[in-house]
Write a protein that binds this ligand. Structure first.
Ligand SMILES: *Cc1c(COP(=O)(O)O)cnc(C)c1O
Length: 438
């Protein structure tokens, strides 16, 4: 199986030791299931790799956009990770969940004055500033409060991470950060240092997502550490923190590339330590910002099959009760997934069909060309694997489809971490004179 928390037993798919068909009956579908222990294990593997590394007091920061709800922040805090937050919604969720906000890092390429105020009200530890406009805005609001705000500056090292264009973020012409190559990053550092209400702690980059090429992080570490040397030489400023962002890839299907994350982290840390000595600066403390690799393999999605359409001589469709509303990743990026039929996981005869959702869009495809059991039909339970990252967090209410619940599996028990949306949730913000009772 793709991951060791998946298993076929009694002709059923088991996830985190639990019968998925029984869970579909208990909670209904569509249903997001999450393996709490797997999230914790993934956190620990980052923590251990960084604990023994050559860069002092290094830390992993969970990029919460990968999957964001209250319970996740509790788990992350218990496992000793910081949190990346990118919007007022994520900040508010983390704050309300009791997350230690001094370990929160506020990311994003356009923070409004309102966002900045909210982040300061909630005590966000670090702002990752994206450019000189933002440095001015944060400085001004901090000054008004008589505060000094710790910041990192996001720079672009000019790296092509060899991943999908939509998730490549470290190239010179990216909408994120300030470019080292054009000299603008150094100017932005000079600018930050001139601000009385900003305390520049270091620099940040994030080159992209779904990175399997083990060289990518070494190449960005090289450019970033050289830049730390340049800042010291030209401006006399020594960065305490080097944040290399997130982006480690995970496996969605057999035969896909793999990367040994802990081994790569140790390699990168050793490289940074050596390079820092070479350019004559103190070894910086590392930050890594994993999102996908913390939660992806901790999640699967279950659906119930409705109509099965066979267009003679053309193609076949298996329609389920969810779709691009709970998983837009194929529609957005053409992302591949492994799909199994949870109640018939090892069919002898198969039928090739596109797995499609219920929305009024031809593009509402969860996955094309899936091998289903030949007798697939109404009532069967389909499982899409590795949906813990960028599924629930990207879900929408298109066609006014309610979002599925998130059910956590933990030590043989199960509990609801996010409730299923109801029709009343969907009309909650509609302003009407009178709602008809039904
Ligand atoms: C998206 C993002 C991450 C996480 O990326 P993953 O590929 O999910 O690990 C980390 N840092 C920043 C700034 C991001 O935008």
């Amino acid at each position: 199986m793709l991951y060791d928390n998946l298993e076929i037993k009694n002709d059923r798919l088991f996830f985190a030791g639990r019968d998925t068909v029984e869970l579909a009956e208990k909670y209904g579908t569509p249903l997001y299931l999450m393996d709490e222990e797997r999230i914790r294990e993934n956190c620990r593997s980052y923590r251990e790799a960084l604990k023994g590394c050559l860069c002092p007091e290094s830390k992993a920061i969970y990029a919460s956009k990968a999957c964001c709800f209250g319970k996740i922040y509790k788990i992350i805090a218990e496992e000793g990770l910081g949190a990346d937050v990118v919007s007022p919604g994520e900040i508010y969720t983390a704050y309300k969940a009791g997350f230690p906000m001094e370990n929160a890092y506020f990311q994003g390429n356009n923070k409004t004055d309102g966002d900045i105020e909210l982040a300061m009200d909630c005590g966000v530890g670090y702002f990752v500033c994206d450019g000189t406009d933002e440095l001015d805005a944060v400085d001004k609001i901090a000054a008004k409060r008589g505060a000094v705000q710790k910041i990192l500056l996001r720079v672009t090292p000019g790296i092509d991470p060899h991943t999908y264009d939509e998730v490549a973020t470290g190239k010179v012409d990216s909408k994120f950060g300030v470019a080292i190559e054009t000299g603008q990053a150094l100017e932005a550092v000079r600018h930050a240092l001139s601000k009385k209400n900003l305390s520049l702690e270091g620099i940040h980059c994030h080159v992209g997502s779904m990175v399997f090429d083990s060289d990518v992080f070494i190449r960005s570490a090289a450019i970033m550490t050289e830049f730390i040397g340049e800042m010291k030489k030209i401006l006399g400023f020594e960065a305490k923190i080097l944040d290399l962002g997130g982006g480690y890839g995970v496996k969605y299907y057999d035969g896909q590339g793999e990367i040994d994350i802990p081994a790569n982290i140790r390699l990168v840390a050793k490289y940074v330590a050596e390079k820092a000595k070479e350019v004559g600066v103190k070894v910086p403390s590392l930050r890594l910002e994993p999102g996908r690799s913390i939660v992806a393999d901790a999640g699967i999605t279950l659906y119930t099959v409705g109509s099965v359409k066979k267009i003679t001589g053309y193609k076949n469709y298996v329609s389920v009760d969810g779709g691009m509303t709970d998983n837009p990743r194929y529609a957005l990026y053409g992302s591949r997934y492994t799909v199994l039929t949870a109640n018939k996981p090892e069919p002898r005869e198969t039928l090739a069909a596109d797995l499609v959702g219920r929305c009024c869009e031809s593009g509402d495809i969860i996955q094309p060309a899936v091998e289903f059991p030949a007798d697939i039909g109404r009532g069967d339970i389909v499982a899409v694997l590795t949906t813990g990252a960028y599924n629930y967090s990207m879900a929408s209410n298109y066609n006014r489809v309610p979002r599925p619940p998130v059910v956590m599996l933990s030590g043989g028990s199960d509990y609801v971490a996010v409730k299923r949306e109801t029709p009343d949730d969907l009309i909650m913000n509609d302003v009407l004179q009178l709602f008809r009772g039904i």
